[in-house]
Design a protein around this ligand. Structure first.
Ligand SMILES: [Zn+2]
Length: 282
């Protein structure tokens, strides 16, 4: 389960100070590597395999992209379509159609314009500071949204679904779950799932955690059990105590795809020996 946010040859300000997206060339090299050793499967097949819970006959992969970025439509989707590789895009329901922008993207824009990297440490609960700073420095996020259009629009999402891509929810506005209360975690999850499945009449429900699922309790998973087919984390190649919760491998690192996947397998197998390859939850 490799996971990406963006594939970009011209990294925009809102991503520039957060992570290094794959270039289209590097992304194609990742795909060539995956195809050599693994078979691509659709989300519905993945859901079926997890529900079935039998040993797999083949090695499979399913690609996922978090944050619902327009760049998926522009860059990644044409490459994937050409190669016949399915993928799932996880959307923040508050940001679809460029209605609002993730506070970390604000921090990255400000870090670029004000040359102040310290802004990247601002947390979800302090996010209003970013708006104040922007105002003081005449930086207009509304204008940025209008000009740059970082997010997918509803018609683009519709088109992607028609092309065979699948979509899921990624919370409403991307909080760090272990910093918000259980009720807020549940609301963010249920409402974002509803906002994603209703307009597109989806017959499957999937959710990927914003940032990380680290510290998210059994109680939370029990509360959303009937709302989702699968949920996704990004702790790398690991097993999880929650059966329908799959961990994914972050691909936005300096190394090539082959190196990333090999390293993940190495640590997975090493940790397996000492019984530490499974995530234990509070
Ligand atoms: Zn995200």
């Amino acid at each position: 389960m490799p996971f990406y946010h963006a594939v970009s040859d011209n990294v925009p300000f809102h991503l520039k100070h957060l992570y290094q997206p794959r270039s289209s060339q590097l992304f194609k090299a990742d795909l060539a590597y995956f195809l050599k050793y693994f078979e691509p499967i659709e989300l519905k097949e993945l859901i079926r395999l997890v529900k079935e819970d039998k040993p797999l006959k083949k090695n499979y992969f399913h690609l996922t992209f978090d944050d619902g970025l327009r760049d998926f439509y522009d860059v990644a989707a044409p490459i994937l379509k050409e190669q016949g590789i399915p993928a799932t895009i996880f959307l923040n329901s508050d940001f679809i159609d460029n209605k609002a922008i993730f506070y970390r993207f604000k921090a990255s824009i400000l870090a670029e314009k004000l040359v102040a990297k310290g802004l990247l440490d601002i947390s979800y609960s302090e996010k209003e500071i970013l708006d104040e700073l922007a105002k003081e420095n005449n930086i207009d996020f509304e204008e940025y949204l209008k000009n740059e259009k970082p997010y997918l629009t509803s018609p683009q999402i519709e088109q992607l679904i028609q092309q065979g891509f699948t979509v899921g929810a990624h919370s409403k506005n991307h909080p760090l779950y272990n910093q918000i209360k259980l009720e807020e975690q549940i609301t963010q999850t249920k409402e974002s799932i509803k906002a994603v499945i209703t307009p597109y009449n989806l017959e499957y429900n999937v959710f990927s955690f914003p940032f990380t699922d680290f510290g998210v309790s059994h109680q939370f998973f029990a509360a959303i059990k009937n709302e989702v087919d699968l949920t996704f984390g990004c702790a790398g190649l690991k097993d999880d105590t929650i059966k329908n919760h799959l961990q994914r491998i972050p691909m936005e690192l300096q190394q090539g795809g082959k190196e990333i996947i090999k390293t993940e397998y190495f640590y997975y197998l090493l940790k397996k020996i000492v019984g530490k390859n499974k995530i234990i939850r509070p």
